[in-house]
Design a protein around this ligand. Structure first.
Ligand code: ADP
Ligand code: ASP
Ligand code: MG
Length: 416
């Protein structure tokens, strides 16, 4: 069966782009007006566009804080109802700014589009997107302006896709509509070798493979949400990251060409504000660990870099987002009587720095270099973990800038 894009070409239809604008890009009325100007110019030039907007910068945090004034752990359904409203403000403003420029535009919530998700409030996954309404608007020359980050579960409740989830909305719409490209417009000109706001020597990549991008995103490079990368790879959506503020080609996420993968480090991803929790096991037992991690999973806590070592006693450690520390310590305290848990220790203000490869990394060699480079800086590595294409290290947050700068330089990431 010919694809929508092929059919479009045969019928001489213009290209279809899904364009997503992040929080900073729609952060003020001036910025919305400036973007509307560009979208209007593309519309006049005959481009077909579906626009996806995030909430205005800071708005989702403000809404979360509002909920926090009522209860520390708000009911997940109500939290989603609350935090999904930020996007509704920006889509209405964007549609109005487009209409002012003579562009027929219509704002749509996730429910109006029919973006179907599962019921995992706060971190829902998109299962299906209906395209009827969008197709109808496009055929009438109307620009749909869709709220990112939100969907509806089978009961019709509002769900959200996790922080940064508007990227996933855009990719899911592009996949469902077989768009020519999904363009993620943001406050930097593309994907860099490291966060350009942290490492001034970071270099923009003209392209990056889906597997390296997924790993970068999963390990903290928030320029793309990891779900959006996985979704785009799965549904073969051409995906590009571009600046909302300046012209340029941005970064194209490319399908892996196994022959070109050389196992070199291509980027450094950072995940800050971590805490490490450790406890002694009084008696080694898988049941203890099973019950504890089940409890943590049930309340939605994600753990990482789990390790179990044995010297005089058996000790278990793992990292979590620092914001969960109080909750995790309370859980450990609650189970310490019934499970065989001894002393509990924790460390705060940690950061995970991950080296990501463009294929299988020679990990022993990379680890040797990393320990040498950081050792010379007097930086102590607290935990290490590796997988096929990454090596992740946990260090103190106050060493972050120095560590990233030294690693970026030593692995020659600023050179072409
Ligand atoms: P938006 O609001 O547009 O979704 P985000 O704040 O979610 O934008 O993502 C863009 C930010 O991602 C940049 O401002 C930058 O600080 C950060 N970032 C982290 N790692 C990278 C990277 N490797 N390349 C580009 N940006 C990165
Ligand atoms: N507004 C949401 C957030 O701040 C979603 C997004 O921006 O992608 O996380
Ligand atoms: Mg984002």
């Amino acid at each position: 069966m010919p694809t929508q894009a092929a059919l479009g070409e045969a019928l001489n239809l213009s290209k279809l782009y899904v364009k997503k604008f992040g929080g900073t890009s729609v952060g003020s009325i001036e910025r919305i007006e400036a973007l509307a100007e560009k979208i209007a110019a593309s519309h006049q030039a005959g481009e077909r566009q579906v626009i996806v907007c995030s909430a205005m910068a800071g708005e989702t945090n403000r809404l979360i804080a509002l909920g926090g004034q009522i209860t520390a752990y708000g009911d997940p359904r109500e939290m989603d109802m609350l935090i999904s409203t930020g996007e509704q403000v920006s889509i209405a403003l964007m549609a109005m700014a487009l209409q002012k420029r003579g562009v027929p535009a219509r704002s749509l919530t996730g429910d109006q589009v029919q973006i179907h998700t599962n019921s995992h409030f706060g971190r829902a996954s998109i299962e299906k997107v209906d395209t009827d309404y969008l197709q109808q608007l496009l055929s009438e020359g109307i620009v749909p302006v869709v709220a990112g980050f939100q969907g509806r579960n089978p009961q019709g409740d509002v769900t959200t896709l996790g922080r940064g989830g508007s990227d996933t909305t855009a990719v899911a719409l592009a996949a469902a509509l077989t768009a020519d490209e999904c363009q993620i417009f943001t406050d930097v000109p593309g994907v860099f070798t490291a966060d350009p706001n942290l490492e001034p020597a970071a270099r923009k990549l003209s392209n990056i493979s889906f597997s390296s991008m997924f790993e970068m995103a999963r390990l903290g490079a928030k320029v793309l949400h990891p779900d959006s990368v996985a979704y785009a790879e799965r549904y073969k959506v051409p995906l590009r990251v571009l600046s909302s503020f300046e012209a340029g080609e941005g970064t194209l996420i490319c399908f892996d060409d196994a022959t070109k993968l050389s196992g070199e480090v291509v980027g450094i991803a950072i995940s800050a504000d971590l805490a490490m929790v450790s406890f002694d096991e009084l008696e080694e037992s898988s049941d203890t660990l099973a019950s504890l991690f089940k409890r943590l999973a049930d309340i939605g806590i994600e753990t990482d870099l789990l390790s179990k070592t044995r010297s005089s006693a058996s000790s278990v450690s793992f990292t979590i987002s620092q914001s969960w520390l109080e909750r995790v310590l309370a859980e450990l305290d609650a189970v310490s009587q019934t499970l065989n848990i001894g002393a509990v220790y924790f460390e705060q203000d940690l950061v995970r720095v991950s080296l990501v490869g463009n294929g299988n990394l020679p990990k022993t060699e990379v680890a040797a270099r990393v320990f040498d480079i950081l050792g010379k800086q007097g930086i102590h590595v607290k935990l290490v973990s590796s997988s096929a294409i990454k090596l992740a290290l946990v260090i103190e947050q106050n060493h972050l800038q120095r560590a990233v700068c030294a690693l970026h330089h030593a692995f020659k990431l600023n050179e072409l």
